[in-house]
Design a protein around this ligand. Structure first.
Ligand code: PMV
Length: 344
């Protein structure tokens, strides 16, 4: 096979969960369904080149330099190649870069594995000459992204996605995410996510350790039930545009995620005093004005402040005057709902 014949380049966004994935079973299948939207600005751009037919070896460059992340990528490629025989003939050269600072404490695994999986799905098409239907192409990419990092499987779609078997949605699956942007109230396509960076130090307990702790969690079954109920409720609310109810579910989910951590064996805390200060301020402004806003939180101390486009000026004033003093050096990223990945 000719050198440098096959090459693929994709850009893929990160996503933020409204209903949280927390807890998994092998092989990286979720305990509960989750709902998210893709971001616009926080993206990873990845190029994968097939460099020859010599015994496969992965070279991984992040922002131009050989990266320690390379080991995880090598392991990922090796595992994928167990099922994907076409991969065994090749070596891969992967180059990747993010549009957001990697030191900020923003998880980049969703956009990173999203972009990598899209490139690999594309290369499979090139190498085997088999065209996949669009839906199948994205399902394949989503399933491969999932094997790298669970939440990554939701990043391969524009706007809203659901991952995990959910009884009321026959198309839903534990293996891949599906797009769910149809019939959603137009307001939700104007969502913004101001990511308030509270603490960028490396977290003490990783997400994978956190997922593990759900196995014997005393509230495991209740959490699974709650996530299913929230998935049903939020998808219904998002059809009607009842924003108060929407934010109620979103905030319950964020707090529930962190209460799972606080009640694990052993328990742990990822929230920072400033995370709580920001939450209080958001609750205050909602009481004092009629702004339709809310927060969500990932597995870390940063607060994702959600608001609608129509309120942008007022919200920005509020962030600058009241919230940035609780962030690390005043740092925040102003992101919003986005149109999903792009082939370059
Ligand atoms: O994809 P992972 O294994 O990093 O899990 C992250 C899960 C949360 O971000 C906390 C929630 C979610 O659904 O994205």
């Amino acid at each position: 096979k000719q050198k440098n014949k096959y090459r693929s380049e994709w850009e893929c966004p990160s996503n933020i969960a409204l209903v949280k994935y927390w807890g998994k079973k092998a092989p990286q299948l979720p305990l509960n369904p989750s709902v998210s939207f893709s971001l616009k600005n926080a993206k990873t751009k990845t190029t994968v080149e097939i460099t020859g037919s010599s015994k496969w070896q992965t070279e991984f460059l992040f922002e131009g330099k050989l990266s320690q992340f390379g080991e995880r990528i090598q392991k990922y490629i090796d595992e994928l190649a167990n099922d994907e025989k076409w991969m065994n003939d090749f070596s891969f050269r992967i180059e990747s870069s993010n549009t957001f600072p990697h030191s900020a404490g923003i998880a980049s695994s969703a956009s990173a594995f999203g972009a990598l999986a899209l490139c690999l799905a594309d290369l499979k098409k090139q190498v085997t000459g088999k065209k996949a239907e669009t839906q199948n192409f994205f399902r394949q990419a989503s399933a491969w992204a999932r094997l790298g990092s669970g939440s990554a499987c939701r990043s391969v779609y524009p706007q809203f996605a659901v991952w995990g078997k959910f009884d009321e949605m026959p198309d839903s699956s534990n293996e891949f995410a599906i797009p769910v942007s149809e019939n959603i109230h137009p307001d939700y396509f104007t969502l913004h996510d101001a990511i308030l960076l509270v603490d960028s130090t490396k977290k003490k307990v990783s997400s994978s350790a956190g997922h593990q702790l759900m196995n014997d969690h005393p509230f495991r079954e209740a959490r699974i039930k709650q996530a299913n109920n929230h998935t049903r409720e939020i998808l219904k609310v998002m059809k009607t545009g009842h924003h108060e109810h929407f934010f109620k579910i979103v905030e319950k989910e964020a707090l529930s995620l962190h209460s799972m951590m606080m009640t694990s064996e052993p328990p742990y805390l990822l929230l920072h005093p400033n995370s709580l200060a920001i939450i209080r301020k958001i609750q205050d402004i909602r009481r004092q004005t009629n702004l339709q806003v809310g927060f969500t939180i990932d597995a870390g101390p940063n607060i994702h402040f959600l608001y609608f486009e129509k309120d942008k000026n007022e919200v920005h004033r509020f962030i600058k005057n009241e919230l940035l003093k609780f962030t690390e050096n005043g740092s925040w990223l102003d992101d919003q709902i986005g149109n999903g990945p792009k082939k370059l």
